[in-house]
Write a protein that binds this ligand. Structure first.
Ligand code: MTE
Length: 319
């Protein structure tokens, strides 16, 4: 590590993570779109807020172009195994994440766009039609989940603000409020969490802005009220609780890239043949079964995204 003395928990070797998988193992499996064990079966920290002003937008229509070849992860598993370093460096942050205050939630879209705007999340959620997509999610730590996200394509947001030709990247930034997020008092991390994508990636159909999951507003631990889902990339690119979206010329430097660029790069595309410097990426642990399954190139989305990287140096694309 460079200046970090402690390893983030996601650098823990797979062998040390498996007891948790055993704990989570053999839960009831939910198929298709009838996900629910129902809110009553979930701990308070897993329930979407009843008073959420966008609750009436759910369930959103299903976009059938996005299918899965594996089971959905049960809701209570995904809601209780999270990476949200603003609330702790371990997976059981669901309770702590309830400190996140998600109303009012102002979002600023600025930089090289014709129509910069600052608006409330509730207004944004009503401006762009919401849809539900079934997506894979592959963490760089070699665990994976499948999840029914609801949201809108990032390209719809691009159309709303009209990027200028000088815009080369989209930079996303999370909130900064150490009083509300105790993890942000940890000076070893360069807060706030930042991530970015190229303009071509942002315009790709798969890039998705998430507002909900399991047919209701997203719970806080998933990054309410607005997060990104980039299913062909390692999960750390899918930034949570977004406050600011900027169109820029310089390649943004993400939080993990700033800490350890040799291990967490800008592109971070999933590739089973390119190991992380400290572990293999060939296989992944399915969160709710503990089963180890082969990882796929671009996490199974090569047909949709491989064309984005034609002619680029392959040595930088998969870290
Ligand atoms: N966004 C913020 N703001 N803070 C984080 O710690 N962790 C990332 C990503 N987005 C993270 C974040 C990582 S490493 C992963 S794998 C996913 O969120 C986890 O999403 P989940 O907890 O909803 O499964």
């Amino acid at each position: 590590m460079t200046y970090v003395h402690r390893r983030p928990s996601w650098t823990i070797r797979e062998a040390r993570a498996t007891p948790e998988a055993a704990f989570l193992n053999r839960r009831s499996i939910l198929l298709g779109m009838g996900f629910g064990l129902g809110a009553a079966a979930l701990p308070a920290a897993s329930r979407a807020q009843d008073a959420d002003p966008t609750a009436d937008l759910y369930p959103a229509s299903r976009n059938d172009a996005y299918q899965l070849d594996r089971e959905l992860t049960p809701e209570e598993v995904n809601a209780n195994y999270n990476n949200f370093y603003e609330y702790g460096t371990y997976k059981q942050v669901a309770e702590a994440a309830q400190q996140l205050r998600i109303r009012p939630w102002e979002i600023t879209i600025d930089g090289l766009v014709d129509k910069p705007v600052t608006l409330q999340f509730d207004d944004l959620a009503r401006k762009l039609p919401l849809e539900t997509r079934l997506y894979r999610h592959r963490c760089v730590e070699a665990w994976s989940m499948t999840i029914p996200w609801t949201g809108f394509p990032l390209k719809a947001l691009l159309a709303m603000v009209s990027p200028q030709s000088g815009a080369k990247y989209v930079r996303f930034e999370t909130f900064l409020d150490p009083e509300m997020a105790p993890g942000q008092n940890d000076f070893l991390y360069p807060w706030p969490y930042v991530e970015g994508v190229s303009m071509a990636e942002a315009a790709n159909d798969l890039a998705f802005m998430v507002t909900g999951a399991y047919e209701k507003p997203m719970v806080k631990q998933h990054g309410a009220p607005l997060r990104l889902a980039l299913p062909w990339k390692y999960g750390f690119k899918s930034i949570k609780s977004i406050r600011k979206i900027s169109f820029v010329t310089e390649q943004p430097v993400g939080l993990w890239q700033a800490i350890q660029p040799s291990e967490y790069g800008f592109w971070a595309n999933v590739n089973p043949d390119v190991p992380h410097p400290r572990w293999s990426q060939a296989r992944e642990r399915v969160l709710h079964t503990g089963e180890m399954v082969p990882t796929l190139l671009y996490n199974g989305y090569a047909a949709e995204v491989a064309g984005l990287y034609k002619g680029m140096d392959p040595t930088v694309l998969f870290t």
